[in-house]
Structures are given as structure tokens and as C-alpha cells.
Design a protein around this ligand. Structure first.
Ligand code: ARG
Length: 449
């Protein structure tokens, strides 16, 4: 015989909300007593029972019963065992619909604060890497073709910016999550003189929800959380892809520490960048969590529908995936060794300096388009000859333009980078300023959320 009740059970995963559920219930009991809806003695007994339950769950001695479906029913039933009929007074002026909404909002807020801390840690690792190799030039790419020299620090700080935006998205989501739904009841509000502002203050919310029907059916905050997590994982995936490429023999730019590579069971020489690959791979499941919830919500009539129970697993999965990804990168980045010689010698290879040579001609009065055309021909010429621009004799240069003089050989990867001296550019002075701005952001963030 199939046990159909399994289909509705959520206890396997919603038990993660136990602290929030108990905090919500204690605040609710306190409010009911304050308003004279239940007696102070009953509230005290309920609170004590709930505290016992919290300890039992924490110590793993709580008698979970799947037949009771969810966390809320399990706790209420246990409270009944502990306090008798008094337990039945807790659910006055409340429904599981506003209860689960408050639980999930509390949990989401805490999770966001933790994730932002982790993102700050990753940003710190990037700043440290940038500072450690501050003036090292490397090839910058477009189309995965070597394009122009850039500072390695500039490349690291590009990711700093991405994570800065991710933090902004999470903080923004936090604001809209920070709304207290208790008092909405099942959907229409409650027929008691409750004090919702008091509940908000007790539970650390900055405001109360404005519409009971919206409050019990709204999961926008989870969607926003998953969207922010998806964008953030996308950034980690892009960085992972670079680490996979950079740590390959072909690139040879970086060496990841042994803790973050694995050998092959058959090929002894292998140092596989599994952690970066898995971060890239796990990005897919977080996108799946987002699309899953959006699809669940699509077409739901107001107000609460049981479909909403499906919000949790994807949410927890995304939160866990991002949390561990943040841990991994905070561990992996500090141990990453940059092959400074290799990246700077590749950055100095002449084809990377073609733009600078065009700029050189512009500096001598030639219109840029014309200079660009000359450099294209010169580059082809060098390719055919199999010779680098820096080894091309001046007489050859002068066949293309009489403006070329001896100082053409002064152009290097370093001079190329130094020339990009405008806001946001890769000149060492600009990167040094960006680095100090980044450090200031981290210092300021150390004193708050
Ligand atoms: N387990 C439910 C959920 O996660 C709790 C709310 C149940 N409400 C109800 N009316 N059945 O959504």
C-alpha cells in the first residue's frame, strides 16, 4: 500500500526553520498576553515549553513525527504534550499561513547577512591578490584573443566590482524581506486586537506588511534572493572558467594549491581544478532553483496555496550552494600562485601592443583610422615574416610610415598599461587608487551590514 501522506510532508526540510518558528511563537505569545488575549501565566508556560522544545531540537532528542506533516504541527503537538491544554491558546490570532511566512522571512534575513559576510571575505581575498601583484602586467582578452596588456590587479578588481553589485542586490532584497507578516492570519487579518508593531519590534523587523492577502501569498523575497544568488553564482562561474583556463598547461598563468586540485586516477601528471569546475557546474542548479520557484508561483490565485510549500527546498539548496561556494573561494584564492614572469612576458609580446603603435602614429599627427589601417598591415607583415613587432627593423617600419622613429621601441606592455591613465583604466596609478578605494569599502563594511 502506497503511503500517500508522504506527498504532503515537509518536515524533512522545513525543520531547518525551527529557531525562527520558535522565536515567532514566543513573540506571539508575549504579544497575546500583553494585549490581554491570553493570561500572563499561560504565556509564561507556553514560552517555557517552547524553550524546552528548542533545546530538544538542538540536541537532536525531539520526537519528530512525519504524520504531523510539518514543523509547525510537530512543535504544537509537542507543546501540547509538555503543557497540556494551555498549548492550544498559542494559535489564537494566528494561522500557519502567516506563521510560515514570518519563519521564512526571518531565515532569509539571517542568511543574507551571512552571505554578505562571505562575499566580503571573497572581496578581501581579491584585494590581497591585487595588492600582492600590484604592478604585474598580463594579457587582457577580448574574444579570448590576446588584446591589450592590463594589470593583474585590474583583472582582480573587476571581480571586486561584480561582488560589490551582488552585495547590493542582497542588501536590497533584505530590505523587502524585512517586513513582518504576522497578524495576517489565514488571509484576511485576525479578529483580535493584536499589536503587530510590537511583534515587529520583538522579532527585529523594521516594518509590518500592509495587506494581509499579499502577506500570506507573497514569496517575492525568495524569488529576489534566488535571483541575486543566481547572478552571484554566474560571477563565480565566470571566475571559475578563468581559473580553469589559467591553470591549464596552455595558459600556465596560475597554480592552484593542492587543497583545491585533485589528481587523476589514471594520469599521474594531472592537477584538475575540480573546485572551480564544480562552482561552474553548481551555478546551473541555482538557476534551476530560481526557475523552479518562478514556475511554482506563476498562475497561483490569491492567497495561500499549498504549492507555496515548494518554496523551501530550492531556497535552502541555493543558500547552501552559495554558502559553500563562498567558503571555497575564500580558501582557494589566497593560495593561488601567479606566474608573474609568464603573464608579463606574454603581455609584452608585440601583437598586444598594436593599439599602442597606432596611438603612437596618432601622437605624431596621423588620424586614428589611418593609423589603425597601417598597423593592421604591419601586423600581417610581421605574422608572415614570423617576427615580433619589437624585432622588426626600423627600415621595415618606415616602409609603412615615415612617422616611425627609434622611439617606437620604447613601447612596452608597461608603457601601454601606464598610458591608460583615465578613470577606470588600467594605468598603475589608477589601479592603485582603485585598490585603495576597495580597501576603504571593506573597512567601512567591517562596521556594519
Ligand atoms: N507547510 C506549510 C508550508 O510550508 C505551512 C503552511 C500550511 N498552511 C496550510 N494552510 N496548510 O507552506
Amino acid at each position: 500500500m502506497v503511503d500517500f501522506s508522504r506527498y504532503t510532508v515537509s518536515i524533512d526540510y522545513d525543520r531547518r526553520l525551527y529557531k525562527q518558528d520558535i522565536a515567532g511563537s514566543i513573540a506571539h505569545a508575549k504579544m497575546l498576553a500583553k494585549q490581554g488575549i491570553i493570561s500572563q501565566e499561560d504565556a509564561a508556560q507556553i514560552t517555557q515549553g517552547l524553550q524546552t522544545i528548542e533545546t530538544e531540537i538542538r540536541d537532536d532528542t525531539f520526537p519528530w513525527d512525519p504524520a504531523l506533516e510539518d514543523l509547525h504541527m510537530n512543535i504544537e503537538s509537542r507543546l501540547h504534550t509538555l503543557t497540556g491544554a494551555t498549548a492550544g491558546r498559542l494559535h489564537t490570532a494566528r494561522s500557519r499561513n502567516d506563521q510560515v511566512a514570518v519563519d521564512l522571512r526571518l531565515y532569509t534575513k539571517t542568511t543574507i547577512v551571512e552571505l554578505v559576510k562571505g562575499l566580503r571575505g571573497v572581496q578581501r581575498a581579491l584585494v590581497d591578490l591585487a595588492a600582492r601583484h600590484q604592478d604585474v602586467v598580463m594579457p587582457g582578452y577580448t574574444h579570448l584573443q590576446r588584446a591589450q596588456p592590463v594589470l593583474f590587479a585590474h583583472h582582480m578588481l573587476a571581480y571586486f566590482e561584480m561582488f560589490q553589485r551582488d552585495i547590493g542586490r542582497f542588501q536590497d532584497c533584505h530590505q523587502r524581506t524585512d517586513v513582518m507578516p504576522l497578524g495576517s492570519g489565514a488571509l484576511a487579518g485576525v479578529a483580535y486586537q493584536t499589536d503587530r508593531e510590537f511583534l515587529a519590534a520583538e522579532l527585529g523587523f523594521s516594518k509590518i506588511s500592509a495587506n494581509s492577502m499579499d502577506a500570506v501569498s507573497d514569496r517575492d523575497f525568495v524569488v529576489e534572493f534566488l535571483a541575486a544568488a543566481s547572478v552571484c553564482m554566474m560571477h563565480f562561474s565566470r571566475m571559475s572558467e578563468e581559473l580553469v583556463l589559467w591553470s591549464s598547461g596552455e595558459f600556465g598563468f596560475v597554480r592552484l594549491s593542492d587543497d583545491f586540485t585533485t589528481g587523476s586516477s589514471i594520469m599521474p601528471q594531472k592537477r584538475n581544478p575540480d573546485f572551480a569546475e564544480l562552482a561552474r557546474g553548481k551555478t546551473g542548479r541555482v538557476y534551476g532553483d530560481l526557475i523552479g520557484l518562478l514556475t511554482t508561483l506563476k498562475g497561483l490565485p490569491l492567497t495561500y496555496n499549498r504549492d507555496l510549500q515548494e518554496d523551501k527546498e530550492g531556497f535552502f539548496d541555493a543558500a547552501d550552494t552559495l554558502t559553500t561556494t563562498l567558503d571555497v573561494f575564500q580558501g582557494m584564492l589566497p593560495g593561488m600562485k601567479l606566474n608573474e614572469e609568464r603573464v608579463s612576458s606574454l603581455a609584452g609580446e608585440s601583437q598586444m601592443l598594436a593599439t599602442d603603435l597606432a596611438d603612437y602614429l596618432v601622437g605624431k599627427g596621423m588620424p586614428f583610422r589611418e593609423a589603425h589601417g597601417i598597423m593592421r598591415e604591419l601586423s600581417h607583415h610581421c605574422d608572415n615574416w614570423g617576427i615580433g613587432l619589437q624585432n622588426l627593423p626600423l627600415v621595415e617600419y618606415q616602409k609603412f610610415s615615415g612617422l616611425f622613429q627609434d622611439d617606437v621601441y620604447d613601447i612596452t606592455a608597461e608603457s601601454s598599461a601606464a598610458a591608460r591613465d583615465n578613470p577606470g583604466g588600467t594605468a598603475p596609478v589608477r589601479v592603485a587608487a582603485a585598490l585603495s578605494d576597495a580597501k576603504k569599502i571593506l573597512e567601512a563594511a567591517a562596521h556594519g551590514f
